[in-house]
Design a protein around this ligand. Structure first.
Ligand code: HSE
Length: 310
């Protein structure tokens, strides 16, 4: 049995956004992966992978994000067929903008399409988060939730999973600067503290609460003040060269906030699209890396939609 291919765009996402470690995430307009799938008799296989960093990714379906998520969808749907996958990476792995999460989201979404859309949003997030757990060594859904659902998402609870989605402000612009440095999420999770002091908890709850208020009301100044992390980004800063200089450069060129994307190394900036186009911020951050002999790639983008058939 073989059928027509279905193709899905699965967007990059920013996770943590300062105070929301493993909780906050936001889908980006670009970049994105493309995940194609068609039914086959049995099993899940990755028949081709191309694009950014694909040569370093496992094609073994027990280790590949998209395949693990797709297999979990088939299992939950009790499907009597298998799936062949083709993956086109638009998001480099180990980037901090949810590369594995996008592939997992795309794998889950396209598998669900082939199953007739049986699974609902929350179950799809669970399937993709399971793939993240296998590949990154820790259960987290803050990339796969926005990649699947779009917009800004919050994980209120992991057990049971409850995801809440909010539409980000229309004028929120995002620059992404990806230095030519790789940071694996697995490694970046191993350097985190297992406990936090109460004063840091208070700091995070205050900033997280106000960040959500700012997202919902479009207050970009409050948003900028609230993208603060006293615990996780500082613990990881040594993994990302020139992070503080890059953040300073972004802020001095008009960014409302500058911070580490997920587990890094991407440096993310927020800006007001009604006031500027973001190119000065992106150039300033890029220059910090170029002056230090590190090449980088940049995107000037905005919050975006979740997985969709294309
Ligand atoms: N919240 C996760 C982390 C996202 O920071 O480890 C990984 O991309």
């Amino acid at each position: 049995m073989s059928e027509e291919w279905k193709k899905v765009a699965a967007p990059a996402s920013i996770s943590n956004l300062g105070p929301g470690f493993d909780v906050f995430g936001m889908a980006l307009e670009e970049p994105y992966d493309l995940v194609c799938a068609r039914r086959c008799d049995e099993g899940v296989s990755v028949v081709s992978m191309e694009g950014l960093g694909s040569e370093g990714l496992p094609s073994d379906p027990s280790e590949n994000s998209a395949a693990i998520a797709a297999a979990e969808v088939l299992r939950r749907c009790d499907a009597d067929f298998g799936i062949e996958l083709r993956i086109m990476k638009g998001i480099r792995p180990c980037s901090g903008i949810g590369s594995s999460g996008a592939s997992a989201a795309g794998g889950a979404y396209v598998a669900n399409l082939l199953c007739g859309g049986i699974l609902g949003e929350t179950e799809l997030v669970l399937c993709a988060a399971y793939a993240e757990e296998v590949t990154s060594g820790g259960l987290h859904a803050d990339n796969v939730a926005p990649s699947l659902l779009g917009g800004f998402t919050m994980i209120r609870s992991y057990a049971p999973l409850e995801v809440v989605k909010v539409a980000p402000p229309q004028n929120l612009g995002v620059t992404v600067v990806m230095p030519d440095v790789e940071v694996s999420t697995k490694e970046a999770r191993q350097v985190l503290p297992s406990e936090v002091p109460v004063r840091d908890l208070v700091f995070h709850v205050g900033n997280a609460s106000c960040l959500v208020h700012a997202m919902m009301t479009g207050d970009l100044d409050l948003l900028g003040r609230s993208v603060k992390d006293a615990v996780f980004e500082p613990a990881r800063a040594h993994l990302v060269p020139h992070l503080n200089d890059a953040k300073d450069a972004a802020r001095s060129h008009g960014a409302k906030a500058a911070f580490l994307g997920g587990s890094g190394p991407c440096v993310i900036s927020f800006f007001d699209r009604s006031m500027m186009d973001g190119s000065g911020i992106a150039a300033a951050v890029r220059d910090v890396y170029l002056e230090n002999g590190i090449d980088c790639q940049t995107w000037i983008t905005s919050p975006g939609a979740g997985c969709r058939e294309v």
